[in-house]
Design a binder for this molecule. Sequence first.
Ligand code: ATP
Ligand code: HMH
Length: 269
Amino acid sequence: MKMYKALTIAGSDSGGGAGIQADLKTFQELGVFGMTAITAITAQNTLGVQGVYPVPIEGISEQIDSIGADLTPDAVKTGMLFNSEIIKVVSEKIKQYSWTNLVVDPVMIAKGGAPLLQEEAIDALKHFLLPIATVITPNIPEAEVLSGQKIQSINDRKKAAEIIFNLGAKNVMIKGGHSEGEAMIDLLFDGNEFFQFESKRIVTKNTHGTGCTFSAAITAELAKGKNIREAIAIAKDFIQAAIEDDLMIGSGHGPTNHWAYRRKCAQRK
Ligand SMILES: Nc1ncnc2c1ncn2[C@@H]1O[C@H](COP(=O)(O)OP(=O)(O)OP(=O)(O)O)[C@@H](O)[C@H]1O
Ligand SMILES: Cc1ncc(CO)c(N)n1
């Protein structure tokens, strides 16, 4: 059996709902072998982020080198990168190993408002990482920062997606979690056409790590050889199930349920 491999370069969430932990759970559920390079350790739970400890830069490049020397990933995702120095080394290493299928989740702020990316790092993100991204997956506030445009309507999102596309990402997926209305619309721009992925908005406070889980699912499907639209369609189905079937863990914004998609698939058979 061929085992596809995916690498996540991201921060650790001690609470287990976001970051590296969400990525590994998602890879596992989608049948892909998960590997990690940890950029920062966060002390975090469903109530918020209590501490952020970046890993020394040599420790980050060495983790990536260990993987590069032995275990070529079929797809790579980046999550929390924290500062420009980390962004530079991560993008250099990805280029050095000629890794393809790169999903960039431009994580900036945690649900409770804690900064997971320093402001000085925005230029580095645009300059070094976007040009090598197969797809970038900003939420609405992140797309506003990257495009310099205020986003209210779907048309505003389309304009922002075009601006971000022109920064070099091959595909731009602006997620709808921070919008309003009954429909939950995620918008993809591939440089030629816009595609909308729509589901029903679920009313819940348990949305910690939705962005990480969604981008990890896209990464897992790209690793298996799916094209970008197929990968996003499966990721949308995965995150919908994971939010719908919530776990009620913790007293704040609880995590999503990474097992739910497996159950949903079994029920469909
Ligand atoms: N209430 C909801 N109901 C259905 N789908 C949702 C809901 N909230 C988020 N999603 C989906 O989850 C995915 C992630 O979107 P979102 O905009 O929440 O990302 P995010 O803000 O980066 O997440 P986070 O920072 O919490 O990890 C998208 O596919 C979005 O459609
Ligand atoms: C480590 C980490 N990465 C990403 C997010 C965004 O959800 C988070 N809360 N924590």
